[in-house]
Design a binder for this molecule. Structure first.
Ligand SMILES: [Zn+2]
Length: 470
């Protein structure tokens, strides 16, 4: 669908962490590839090349979200490749990696081919596929990892589930290493977590909800560190939620163990106090969020299932530790864990609601607000977590960079635009966001995939929401 095109992006502040570039520049894409970056790029553009005016905006490599659920095949009432990638584009993402916990699971070459074909036809942005570690994500028997690699998966994971058998995980790592595939892991020890639904702590006790202890994550992070050292295979720990996990990863990385970690905006923005309702949150752990941007505070009741996700929102110390991990580089990557669910599925008692929230369209704004505007990361450091870092992990040599010859994927965003997110307006098929009604700062302006504009929220001098031919 995204055939190679040519485009000249002019007048922006170009930030490419892969090259330490942060300067006013133009970016020229010819036939889908980056052809020139710099003040003289415009001079190299053939006269008939279309132009995109990015004056006053940040221009960077197309953002990558390496953790999302597009729900195809099998759960298209929640999301489809078409709606999910439209939502990703609105959020500023040029590439996404979809998780294999679909129905059927992505544990064979045929299903990988099906998704590639559908993404080619209906996807607005690049879709990369993560294959399963085990057949049917059941944790019992290895999936055919070699044939998954041959079919084009770029990583393996049982996300949503976690391989409990350590010997099986070791063998998965040995195969993955042989096929040069990164292994990503949703870290959850079933015997400790059992049927927990929220962080085990004060609020689980006060609200009478079953606890999901931080140690249930830490135990598997520790296991993964030991197995990464044993096998030499790289393990990427997904959506880290607990302070202890950050500390384990920090120590292991300092010793040179091939492990990495990722954080999601909800885990570095919210805490489990939200479960007691908005008054409890804004009067407590939410206080540090008040004031920038200014405006009315959003309200929600207690036991709101849009705050139910796996791993759960944790305590203020955990939230602070995740931010520290992002600041010191222990957590190299930010992802959404975009997990759409239908209204009727979420509108049930807390215990019965599915885990997960949508995230593409709030991810960049929450990251800018919590990390850049709060002066914890520079823009370049923040962009690196969406570009060069995920591209390196996934061996996507032509993504996440504006190097000449790389794919012509570019994201344009306004780090200072203030806006209110309304879940009713999302391009996703599902509306299960805890951030509806939140005033946010920073917003994607345009997404360019292989030289073609696939989303343009606002071009300089034009109104927001202009239609884009794709
Ligand atoms: Zn997960």
């Amino acid at each position: 669908m995204n055939s190679p095109k040519s485009l000249l992006v002019t007048g922006g502040r170009v930030i490419d962490p892969a090259h330490g570039l942060d300067a006013p520049s133009d970016v020229l894409v010819l036939e889908g590839k980056i052809a020139a970056v710099g003040p003289d790029a415009a001079a190299q553009a053939p006269p008939d090349v279309p132009r995109f005016d990015a004056t006053g905006q940040v221009v960077c490599p197309g953002l990558i979200d390496l953790h999302c659920h597009l729900r195809e095949p099998g759960q298209s009432a929640k999301e489809t490749i078409a709606t999910g990638t439209a939502s990703a584009a609105r959020g500023g993402f040029a590439s996404v990696v979809c998780m294999p916990n679909t129905s059927p699971a992505i544990d064979n070459a045929g299903t990988v081919a099906l998704i590639h074909e559908r993404a080619e036809r209906e996807g607005r942005v690049n879709v990369f596929v993560a294959g399963a570690i085990t057949k049917n994500i059941a944790g019992e028997e290895l999936a055919p990892i070699g044939s998954l690699k041959q079919a084009g998966v770029i990583a393996i994971t049982d996300d949503g589930h976690c391989v409990q058998n350590n010997e099986l995980m070791r063998r998965a790592l040995e195969y993955a290493r042989m096929f040069d595939l990164p292994v990503m892991d949703h870290c959850q020890d079933y015997s400790l977590v059992t049927d927990g639904v929220v962080h085990e702590g004060y609020w689980s006790a006060a609200l009478g909800l079953r606890g999901w202890p931080a140690s249930g994550e830490e135990l598997i992070v520790a296991r993964n560190i030991l197995l990464a050292r044993l096998t030499g295979a790289h393990i990427h720990c997904q959506h880290i939620s607990a302070a202890g996990s950050v500390q384990l990863l920090r120590e292991a990385r300092a010793r040179g163990v091939p492990v990495s970690g990722e954080a999601c905006p909800h885990h570095f923005t919210l805490t489990d106090t939200v479960l007691a309702g908005s008054d409890a949150f804004w009067g407590g752990d939410g206080r540090e969020l008040i004031g920038d941007p200014k405006g009315e505070l959003p309200r929600w009741p207690s036991y709101d299932t849009n705050f139910k996700m796996n791993p759960p929102l944790r305590a203020a110390e955990d939230r602070a530790a995740i931010i520290e991990g992002l600041v010191d580089g222990t957590l190299e990557i930010i992802s959404s864990d975009h997990a759409p669910h239908c209204d009727f599925e979420k509108e049930v008692e807390f215990d019965y609601a599915p885990f997960g929230i949508i995230g593409f369209e709030t991810e960049l704004a929450l990251s800018l607000t919590r990390l850049y505007h709060a002066k914890r990361l520079s823009l370049s450091e923040l962009i690196a977590k969406f570009t060069v870092a995920p591209a390196r992990l996934l061996r996507l040599r032509d993504k996440g960079t504006l190097r000449v010859g790389a794919d012509g994927d570019v994201t344009v965003f306004d780090p200072d635009e203030e806006w209110v997110f309304d879940a009713a307006e999302t391009a996703s098929k599902s509306k299960n966001s805890p951030f509806s009604g939140w005033r946010l700062k920073g917003r994607a302006t345009a997404v360019i995939v292989r030289g073609g504009v696939v989303f343009a929220g606002r071009e300089a001098g034009a109104g927001r929401g202009m239609a884009v031919a794709n």
